[in-house]
Write a protein of this length. Structure first.
Length: 149
């Protein structure tokens, strides 16, 4: 498995993977209208212009099996959509992607968020040194936990 910077031509495959990976979040909340499931390719292409997007590729089938993205604003790096294909989860790829996106930005404060019901995500983030600093409830009732490092 190799972690590489995504290119524009990867975006459709990353979006498909994102929608697959976020189905578990939608199921937790019984809400299939969450932003990661509704994001369009056009929106992701605009995000690509201001973000660093990484991908992890399976050496055998050359498919993208994980991705993460981040952008910097005011010396703070906002990490988003750390995704791993369900068949590749619990093998350390999420942590590798998190470490790789952190390495892409030097001497910054990192911020990310996840649902308070996403126990696996919270465990990974805390294990990697992230600390909770606020909670926020969305208009559709999802409690988000914001963490920083």
């Amino acid at each position: 498995m190799e972690i590489l910077k995504a290119i524009f031509e990867d975006l459709a495959e990353i979006l498909d993977l994102q929608k697959l990976a976020y189905l578990s979040e939608a199921q937790i909340h019984n809400n299939y209208s969450i932003q990661p499931l509704l994001q369009t390719l056009d929106e992701l292409e605009k995000e690509f212009e201001k973000s660093v997007i990484l991908k992890i590729v399976d050496d055998e089938n050359k498919k993208i099996v994980g991705s993460v993205r981040a952008y910097e604003e005011n010396d703070r790096v906002f990490i988003g959509k750390l995704i791993v294909h369900p068949d590749y989860q619990n093998k350390g790829y999420g942590t590798k992607l998190l470490n790789a996106i952190e390495a892409a930005f030097q001497d910054k404060t990192f911020e990310l968020f996840t649902s308070s019901k996403s126990e696996k995500n919270l465990w990974i983030y805390r294990k990697n040194g992230y600390k909770e600093f606020k909670k926020l409830t969305t208009p559709d009732g999802i409690e988000l936990v914001f963490l920083e490092k």
